[in-house]
Design a binder for this molecule. Structure first.
Ligand SMILES: Cc1cc2nc3c(=O)[nH]c(=O)nc-3n(C[C@H](O)[C@H](O)[C@H](O)COP(=O)(O)O)c2cc1C
Length: 387
């Protein structure tokens, strides 16, 4: 998704400037051409040579530099996206106030490319109503913002202001290269991961679902402005702070939470791999070793069936069918049997992988989609919201 993309990285004088080096590295490794503008204060914290060595591209620090290979406006025209990371309170304030007094602020003002700000600062600075007003003003003008994370800040304070994980920033960059906030405020429910059915206090039955497809959908929908609620079973990934997440373990827990959340949402994606069976009676004590053991299983409650009963005309329900054989046949059968709006069929061998190959089946059409799970997630959203 980033191959040959022209990304302009604006680094300002926040303590997280050193983390922007990792961001520049990740974007470069993914095939993007990353050029960097550093403010004078950023250069106090990290050397421009570091960015030049990582990106193998020019780094510009001054507007009035007679020796610079790049003219001051040309980067604004060159960029397909401008990423200001970290973004200080100062640069946010300057852009919100229409000030263009250095190379970065002038470039942001002059570009027609999308701009993504990644604020990072002291919690009181971030919560300052002036900063919040500036963010809100710029957001209304279609500048994109990521929320900082909560935690221990470099200044010693605990609170919101930390630079987000660079892999999360990459997802947002990938999104805003192609999309705007076109799903603003649409409530979307996504289940992800594998459930665990307890046999005894130590042992459980589960499956190979990693939750990656659900996470990709959640990230993609959130970045496009949707109000995402994620319900997880066991998943292999860390859940980013910006996602509202309800953690469950067993199929019964997932049933209860999903049926409760469902009426509040417009679109629901059932990507979780929910166990069809659960032990008849889980043992309270750890089961002792024996020569042979017979485990009695009973059916779990069918979440999809329950949602279908509750579904209104205004809601869209999307099911997933992971099959090891006769993928299309089985998926179409599921679509017919259930009152699903769409079904996404995939082969079981994509479980746990970053790339996927799916067939998106609607009542009247079908489409094969391949690529990274994040890329495919965006295409699925395009289909659902008919873009
Ligand atoms: C060590 C140090 C760390 C700083 N960290 C931050 C920060 O994380 N966020 C921020 O908004 N300002 C931070 N500042 C203040 C900015 O550097 C200051 O507001 C400056 O004017 C920003 O200029 P610039 O936006 O042109 O880079 C820091 C200052 C110092 C000395």
């Amino acid at each position: 998704m980033l191959e040959n993309k022209k990304i302009l990285l604006g680094v300002t004088g926040g303590i997280a400037a050193y983390k922007a080096v990792d961001l520049a590295s990740k974007l470069t490794k993914l095939g993007a051409e990353v050029r960097t503008i550093m403010t004078t204060h950023a250069c106090e914290l990290v050397s421009p040579i570091t960015f030049k060595s990582i990106t193998h591209q020019p780094v510009v620090t001054k507007m009035f530099d007679i020796d610079a290979d790049i003219e001051h406006i040309s980067l604004a025209d060159w960029a397909e996206i401008v990423v200001i990371a970290p973004a200080t309170a100062n640069i946010i304030g300057k852009v919100a106030g229409g000030i263009a007094d250095d190379l970065l602020s002038t470039t942001i003002m002059a570009t027609t490319a999308p701009a993504l700000f990644v604020p990072a600062m002291n919690v009181h600075m971030y919560e300052n109503p002036i900063v919040q007003e500036n963010i809100s003003r710029l957001s209304k003008l279609e500048y994109f913002f990521m929320e900082p994370e909560k935690g221990m800040l470099a200044c010693g304070y605990e609170g919101k202001g930390r630079f987000p994980k660079t892999e999360e920033i990459v997802y947002f960059v990938q999104t805003y290269l192609n999309y705007k906030k076109d799903l603003e405020d649409i409530p979307v429910l996504i289940t992800a991961g594998a459930t665990r059915e307890n046999i005894d206090p130590m042992r459980f039955i589960t499956n190979h679902s990693s939750g990656k497809m659900g996470m990709a959908l959640a990230r993609a929908a959130y970045a496009r402005g949707a109000k995402v609620t994620l319900i997880t079973g066991n998943i292999s990934e860390e859940i980013p702070e910006y996602l509202k997440c309800i953690k469950t373990s067993t199929a019964l827990e997932m049933f209860k939470v999903t049926t409760k959340e469902f009426p509040k949402n417009q679109v629901t994606f059932m990507t979780a791999a929910v166990s069809d069976y659960t032990p008849e009676e889980p043992s309270i004590q750890k089961i002792k070793k024996a020569d042979k053991m017979v485990l009695e299983l009973k059916r779990t409650k069918d979440i999809l069936l329950e949602l279908e009963k509750k579904k209104t005309d205004k809601q869209t329900l999307v099911g997933f069918a992971a099959e090891s054989e006769k993928i299309m046949e089985n998926a179409k059968l599921k679509l017919k049997k259930k009152t699903l709006d769409f079904i996404i069929a995939n082969n079981l061998n994509v479980a746990g992988k970053d790339d996927t190959e799916i067939i998106f089946i609607g009542k009247k059409s079908e489409e094969k989609l391949t690529g990274s799970k994040f890329q495919v997630a965006h295409k699925i959203l395009d289909f659902i919201f008919r873009k």
